[in-house]
Design a protein around this ligand. Sequence first.
Ligand code: NAP
Length: 518
Amino acid sequence: MAEMLASYVAGTWYTAPDEGVLAVDASTGDPVARVSSTGLNTLAVVDHARRVGGPALRRLTFQERAAALKALATHLDGRKHAYYELSTATGATKRDSAVDIDGGIATMFAFSGMGKRELPDGYVLADGDEVQMGKEGTFVGRHVYTALPGTALQINAFNFPVWGMLEKLAPAVLAGVPSIVKPATQTAYLTAAVFRDIIASGVLPDGAVQLVCGGLGDLLDHLGGEDVIAFTGSANTAAVVRGNAAVTARAARFNAETDSLNCSILGPDAVPGTEEFDLFVKEVAREMTVKAGQKCTAIRRAFVPRPVVDDFVTALQTRLAKVVVGNPRNDAVTMGALVSLRQRDEVRGALRALGRAAQIVSGDPEKVEPLDADPQRGAFMAPTLLVSTDTDRSEPHEVEAFGPVSTVIAYETPDDVVDLAARGNGSLVGSIVSHDPDFVRHIVLATAPHHGRLLVLDRDCAAESTGHGTPMPQMVHGGPGRAGGGEELGGVRAVKHYMQRTALQGSPAAIAAVVGAG
Ligand code: NAP
């Protein structure tokens, strides 16, 4: 029987006594691990975080926490070959694993660097300048941030088992708040492997980080106003967690990163033959195939000026035809498997819904010949491109096919594409591929309120651009509406999500004693 993953609670490893849920290899269907939290003492987890982990972290200054992050990232970096090996079981190619593993470790390094450069060698973070509130200057105010005394429950999605954990953990550590990591069951074995190394490193104080493999049971019942719930996953699960009394009655902070129907817009100037046209084709192809399209930031809607739709589709079909789907253990494979057969069924279901508004022009979602793999046992799917046939229908703007799927939608005018983009009801990211500053300005001003992040891609930045789909630690990740209405990353802003802002009022000397002491 596959090994049961242990949770790490109150300073010890806990292994559930039942059979749990089986996590299988995405390409072969072979068992990888079993996952269960049955019998876990959830109150002990929360208590340990609050009584042991939090105080220990907060005895360190921001600078000391930043140094700890650097030591931890260095430790994990030295062990990453083992994570790469395990990552193939999730269906990931080397390129996919790099996004998750190196991306996660790089994010931790980045937070260490930002902490070192931007945070004081103390415990209090000032927000803005001192404000004089009395005529004589004896009464002033200043906003200050202090660490929340509770815990940060970090619920992650299956698609980024390493990055998802590290990008939430790093700012919480910097803030001085202990974390309870809850990975998605399907890929928890990879998170658990990295987590074991975090504990073995001995870098973080006892209780600073705990792991719950399996369901959360009644853990939310123990959370309230001192705590943070940072959620990444589907909009449906986000709604369930958001509706828990921990959030609705006891005002635990809740941040959601959910799915969205991200768009990329090709400018009318970017006709075939321009660099921007080629960049757009490359970007859409990449977003469809990295992680087999299982990215919350992937381009689901490609808006193209009507006169160039045929050229674009032909260019993209040519690119997609070169994609080699199969077992990621074979180096010739360029796109691996979806995480599970269930996930593939869900994508096929979403494609049936999309089929009411669009026609498939590349890929057969029901059939693919994977390299070095059995199509019955592995969750393989061909990259599938659709072209909208009825722009009035809502499906392309509402149905997320969380796989290698994108829909091309023609637009007539800049105002037309602004309206189409807005029909996604809020997205994590959008991109505008154009070298026309007037078009770019018009589209950015009209679409920014619907997006957490916008990339303007052109010939001038292409060589250094990190691309449409990559959230950067320095920049905000999150989006309004459908995307969950939350925000994470974004430099030191992310640290503040785990802290309380207080308007401190008093004499200049009293305020200086607090902030200066920090
Ligand atoms: P999911 O099914 O919503 O699960 C997300 C997490 O929530 C998992 O850890 C899951 O644990 C947990 N969960 C499930 N039910 C819960 C409950 N009642 N209470 C507390 N936690 C619960 O999502 P997924 O299938 O893992 O991920 C795919 C989705 O996530 C896609 O829609 C994608 O767009 C979105 N996503 C968003 C982002 C972003 O940054 N915005 C990033 C990645 C993915 P179990 O696995 O144990 O059920």
